[in-house]
Ligand binder design. Structure first.
Ligand code: 1HE
Length: 270
């Protein structure tokens, strides 16, 4: 699917390590440091954080991708040696803030993956809501081999997608998963041919952007929190969230449209 993207203006045009373009309700944010395989340095994590906070109101969904041969090589290791323990904690927390701005931001984010999705790159991908992986994608957590631990939210997010056992294996043994195995284990929801991930991501983002805003809000904000609650507490929060969403005029109109045969049915994939 091709959307009519134009380079972002205003606050979103100000980032030198991101390329941002918009097409109506969809924004495309591309990590733009291909010479360093989109390795995330302090500037890039700050720019990601700022960009997700600065999304204009008309943007309803985001596609996140990486320039060049790889999605993201993780933490910029050249900056690692410079830090004291205290600075390391502050640094890790700056990643947490950026990833939270993505996961618990205003809009759903579709990550389009290709090539290396490693270390902090996998942490970034796992903070998004849907992952589309091109066949070239491979996932690794080389922290174990580098003598460090994940610090960008990976220990909280990756096990929720693929399980503690898979993450333990990847970290202890350096096991690398290909696109197919990543999908089987829950790291991505789609695997597509090389070169087609962006179109698929745009198709999904456009569909998401057409949902009622409160539906998207409840999926992004309530669903992961409910999954962390006890069943009893989760069901209570669900009853509140569903009642809030149902009360919205957008929901009422969509239900009316179905009953009056103006809306599509749920159909099996062709
Ligand atoms: C980098 C980085 C990086 C590439 N930090 N500079 N991440 C890793 O341990 C992954 C390390 N990177 C790699 O394994 C490979 O670079 C890739 C598999 C991603 C890509 O390989 P390739 O052959 O396409 O590229 P390359 O030749 O290895 O790298 C090109 C340049 O990018 C080169 O710099 P140059 O100046 O010699 O041209 C590399 O040094 C540079 N580069 N990756 C710094 N990661 C919040 S905690 C998160 C903890 C982690 O993420 S740990 C995992 C870190």
């Amino acid at each position: 699917m091709s959307l009519n993207f134009a380079p972002a203006t205003g606050a979103l045009a100000a980032f030198d390590l991101l390329y941002i373009e918009t097409a109506g309700a969809v924004a495309h944010i591309r990590l733009n440091r291909p010479a360093k395989r989109n390795a995330i340095n302090d500037t890039l994590i700050a720019q990601l954080h700022s960009a997700f906070i600065a999304l204009p109101a008309e943007v309803k969904a985001v596609v996140l991708s990486g320039a060049g041969e790889h999605f993201c090589a993780g933490l910029d290791l050249s900056e690692l040696t410079e830090r004291s323990v205290a600075e390391g904690i502050v640094h890790s927390r700056s990643w947490h803030a950026a990833m939270d701005a993505i996961q618990f931001g205003r809009v759903p984010v579709v990550a389009v993956l290709h090539g290396a999705v490693v270390g902090g790159g996998l942490e970034l991908a796992s903070s998004c809501h849907i992952r589309v992986a091109e066949e070239s994608t491979y996932y690794g957590l080389p922290e174990g081999q580098r003598g460090i631990f994940v610090g960008g939210g990976g220990s909280a997010r990756v096990p929720r997608l693929a399980g503690v056992a898979t993450m333990t294996d990847m970290m202890l043994t350096g096991r690398v998963l290909d696109a197919q195995e990543g999908e089987r284990r829950g790291l991505s929801q789609y695997v597509v041919a090389d070169g087609t991930g962006f179109a698929k991501g745009c198709e999904l983002a456009a569909r998401i952007a057409g949902n009622a805003p409160l539906s998207n809000f409840s999926v992004v904000q309530a669903l992961p929190r409910i999954a962390d609650l006890s069943q009893s507490d989760g069901l209570f929060v669900e009853s509140l969230m569903s009642s809030i969403a149902q009360g919205d005029e957008a929901a009422k109109e969509r239900v009316r449209a179905f009953l009056e045969k103006r809306a599509g049915k749920v159909e099996k994939k062709a």
